[in-house]
Design a protein around this ligand. Sequence first.
Ligand SMILES: Nc1ncnc2c1ncn2[C@@H]1O[C@H](COP(=O)(O)OP(=O)(O)O)[C@@H](O)[C@H]1O
Ligand SMILES: Cc1ncc(COP(=O)(O)OP(=O)(O)O)c(N)n1
Length: 271
Amino acid sequence: MNIVLTIAGSDSGGGAGIQADLKTFQELNVFGTTVITALTAQNTLGVNGIYPATPEFVELQLNAIFDDFDVRALKTGMLFSAEIIQTVARNLKDRNLRIVVDPVMIAKGGQALLKDDAVQALIRVLLPIATVLTPNIPEAETITGMKIQTGEEIRKAAQKILEFGVECVVMKGGHLEDPMAVDTVFFQDGSSFQMKSPKIDTRHTHGTGCTFSAAITAYLGRGLSIKESIIEAKKFVQAAIENPLNIGHGHGPTNHFAHRLGAKAEVEIIE
Ligand SMILES: Nc1ncnc2c1ncn2[C@@H]1O[C@H](COP(=O)(O)OP(=O)(O)O)[C@@H](O)[C@H]1O
Ligand SMILES: Cc1ncc(COP(=O)(O)OP(=O)(O)O)c(N)n1
């Protein structure tokens, strides 16, 4: 069995964070383990409170996992503070791991999931060891300090992110004014490709970023290439958005079961 890990925050509402990651891992036939960085009191209407773990307890969880399991790939989600980021990066360095970094900063309801002063730590210690970084446009703007609206601005920002040391960056286009959900992927060797799918008109998009990065991690854990993992993950999240569950009174979760129930999503790949 392929073992993967998520280092992220708990979403009591079950649509994002650790819960979305574990559901995705289960659906994609990998064994999921967890390191919880923070508890959130959260539902589809918003985040009512955050209770972070101490960096020492994050390290204790990491040791528990690495002392016993042969983890092949992992993802990071909500990391909350510079201290937790430093603890995580220190414990991941020099291990033979494929690392997906989802630079979670702000929840859909506007609540901060990463402290402002933690962004520099993310750039300095986590990006250099990342295999894949999956920023949405606002996150990419914060990381690069650049305004991003056009295709050319996406390319320039991606170039700057690659200079921070990540192997591959997926610039997620879900937040752009576009009838299609277009993600553009850039690699260190200068190659790139685009993934296009119809943008679904729905408010049930809570946890889309978590689900996408968890699916990339699952496919990497199963031994797929970086490119294949990203394409298959885009299909997984598209199917999850296209078949909503109608849970809660706000931004409802995506449907992790859609894949198991045979939902197929068409994603156009443009080289
Ligand atoms: N309404 C939508 N319809 C189809 N795909 C979407 C939609 N919103 C986001 N996506 C896709 O979901 C994935 C996660 O992106 P996004 O929602 O932007 O992440 P985040 O949750 O980090 O803001 C990306 O592949 C993006 O293109
Ligand atoms: C605990 C926790 N982690 C991450 C998020 C953000 O998830 P994301 O997939 O970006 O979805 P939205 O918050 O944008 O709906 C979260 N909310 N909680």
